[in-house]
Ligand binder design. Structure first.
Ligand SMILES: [Fe+2]
Length: 272
């Protein structure tokens, strides 16, 4: 796995041909571009979809010129994973046809902090870039059009082939996420658990089972899945723990807190 990782990490070395901040995905295929997050604010970014996305593919050694590919505009915050498969780079992410939840007249990301509802007409969709570095080609596929965010995978598959992604999903019309889901990236099939109205979860974290040899094509993928949950009725949070392969059965353990926790994410499980 050389090229896809480099594409994630090369943004400090490479200048895009049109280096604007119009779309985060113009500069990289993965969210590590947010290492430059101090300049990413709503006031400094404009959404100009007619310019499309620029995708850079850079060899890990950085010795040859990057491959610059253009594709249809798509906004992203977070990626599932990226890996090489038979000469192609597969890069999976949550993409938005329009980031109206973050940019524009009345984005919900800002409005909610003032106690108002805001715009969020375009859902986060599970999307895939298929890049052929030899042919200098890229195509974008829609894996599932559900309203998703917070993609994660079993970290043992990071930068390698994998099949199952873990995500949070909204209820219809909502912006925040009340369902935790697993998605089969081959078939698009999902299995979800709905915490219910007024209860909101965040990024799910997969914890592998000790002693299990995980295979990238395994549709079962046994393990634990954890997500932080805020219940707006008692205004308290809890940690919900699921068996990842049986999400729809509901949590097998709940760790209640005596207080609320602001939405948090990008956690990590370590058995050490
Ligand atoms: Fe993030």
């Amino acid at each position: 796995m050389a090229k896809a990782v480099s594409a994630i990490m090369a943004t400090k070395k490479i200048k895009a041909r049109r280096p604007t901040a119009t779309s985060i995905a113009r500069l990289t295929i993965c969210s590590l571009v947010l290492s430059g997050a101090r300049w990413i604010s709503r006031e400094t970014i404009r959404w100009r979809p007619e310019e499309g996305n620029l995708i850079l593919v850079v060899e890990r050694g950085g010795e040859s010129a990057p491959i610059v590919l253009e594709t249809a505009a798509c906004f992203m915050w977070h990626s599932f994973n990226a890996y090489e498969r038979q000469g192609e780079i597969i890069a999976d992410f949550i993409g938005y046809r329009n980031p109206d939840h973050f940019l524009g007249e009345n984005p919900v990301a800002s409005a909610v902090m003032a106690g108002r509802m805001g715009a969020h007409a375009f859902p986060g969709e599970a999307r895939r870039y298929v890049i052929d570095p030899a042919a200098r080609s890229i195509r974008q596929e829609l894996v599932d059009s559900g309203s998703y965010e917070w993609p994660r995978v079993n970290e043992l598959h990071r930068c390698h082939g994998y099949r199952i992604g873990y995500i949070a999903k909204t209820r219809p019309g909502e912006f925040f996420w009340s369902l935790v889901c697993r998605i089969d990236m081959q078939s698009g099939r999902t299995a979800c658990y709905d915490f219910g109205a007024g209860v909101y979860c965040s990024e799910p974290v997969f914890a592998p089972l000790p002693g299990v040899r995980y295979h990238p094509d395994d549709a079962e993928e046994p393990g634990w899945l954890m997500t932080e949950v805020y219940d707006s009725r008692p205004r308290k949070s809890y940690l919900a723990v699921f068996r990842a392969e049986r999400l729809a059965d509901g949590p097998v353990a709940v760790v209640h807190l005596s207080h609320h926790v602001p939405f948090s994410y990008h956690g990590w499980w370590s058995a050490d």
